[in-house]
Design a protein around this ligand. Structure first.
Ligand code: UFG
Length: 338
């Protein structure tokens, strides 16, 4: 089986490519390197002991995409390629809609034209907004996301549901909670692009003294320690869920499938708990200051991921501390390269 992985050199994409190769799938990556670097390809090969095919181009270039489908018998796609910075999406909404939705539609047009099924979409818990219930189930009502980024995820889901229904296709929407950590080999991880927005990359850079202090955005939330709560899921666990989801989709006998899964640990951790766990895991200090709340942040989001366990036989296995240990090893690797 040959799987097209768009954004396969990105953070979650690269970990998923390794898991696919380990499970004997052939992989064709399309990635424009807008948020990755070529050495990730070499590191994937080193970790998996196999070579994926790689095409460096922007998926908005329909004619190049079509050539990939001409050159390979594609059996399915996992679509990671997307812009993902929440704050940036507020400043450049058109870029986000254009990049995240046009590229999706271009791939789906090829699927339709060539009669291919099996599409897995990287969605996000952002589609739930500030949910009225915790933990969040797949049936928890969606709310309009605060950011244009979040809206592209919600629209992407809608496009895929219509696509599956109208053309009898098999589609899985995976709603990630907060992915963290790096590959145990320390050869794959999240590449920092400027000043990190997300908590764990910022904590890591503070521990390594690239940043002076972590700003904790608010300690007046209605939570036990006053800081906001999220569900931090280890990226390798997350990558494994994609393989399980793909295997289920390939084995489905119905022509039309629309599956939706939350991918999280089921456990919420506060910002202060993450900082404490990082310090304990890596025996380093993370200086911080308490600041005002960040605009658009919600108080709490954690998953009920029972459906994924029941239907995919998948469950998050890695503890927060273990995941944070791999992050630190990756940081040391990055520093050894520069
Ligand atoms: N935080 C800080 N200081 C920082 C960075 C983050 O205190 O320097 C806090 C945030 O306020 C939040 C928590 O840490 O309470 C987690 O923040 P992240 O930015 O790491 O993650 P978010 O939950 O805001 O965003 C993530 C993904 C998005 C996705 C969203 C859905 O990055 O892609 O979850 O809720 F849309």
């Amino acid at each position: 089986m040959t799987i097209l992985v768009t954004g396969g050199l990105g953070y979650i994409g690269s970990h998923t490519v390794v898991e696919l190769l380990n499970n004997n799938f052939d992989v064709v990556i399309v990635d424009d390197l807008s948020n990755s670097e070529k050495f990730i390809l070499k590191n994937i090969e080193e970790v998996a002991g196999k070579k994926p095919v790689f095409y460096p181009f922007d998926l908005k270039r329909k004619e190049l995409l079509s050539q990939v489908f001409d050159a390979h018998q594609i059996d399915g796609c996992i679509n990671f390629a997307a812009y993902k910075a929440v704050g940036e999406s507020q400043e450049k909404p058109l870029d986000y809609y254009e990049n995240n939705l046009f590229t999706l539609i271009n791939i789906l047009q090829e699927f339709k034209k060539r009669n291919i099924s099996n599409f897995i979409f990287s969605s996000s818990c952002t589609v739930y907004g500030q949910a009225d219930e915790q933990p969040i189930h797949e049936s928890t009502p969606l709310k309009t996301p605060e950011s244009s980024y979040g809206k592209t995820k919600q629209m992407g889901e809608e496009i895929l549901k219509d696509f599956a229904t109208a053309y009898q296709k098999k589609v899985t929407l995976l709603r990630y909670f907060n992915p963290i950590g790096s590959h145990p080999s320390a050869l794959l991880g999240e590449l920092p692009l400027g000043i990190p927005n997300n908590l764990v990359p910022y904590v890591t850079q503070t521990a390594s003294k690239i940043r002076e202090k972590l700003s904790i955005w608010g300690n007046d939330y209605p939570t036990e320690d006053g800081t906001a709560i999220r569900d931090y899921i280890y990226v390798v666990d997350l990558a494994k869920a994609h393989v399980k989801a793909l295997q289920k989709l390939l084995n489905e006998t119905s022509e039309t499938v629309i599956d939706i899964y939350n991918l999280g640990t089921g456990k919420g951790s506060s910002v202060l708990e993450v900082v404490g766990a990082f310090e304990r895991a890596n025996h380093v200090e993370v200086p911080y200051q308490i600041c005002a709340r960040r605009a658009g942040d919600i108080t709490i989001a954690f998953a009920n991921a029972d459906k994924a366990e029941r239907e995919l036989g998948w469950k998050a296995e890695t503890t927060l501390e273990e995941a944070l240990r791999t992050t630190w090893e990756w940081q040391k690797y990055l520093e050894s390269r520069s």
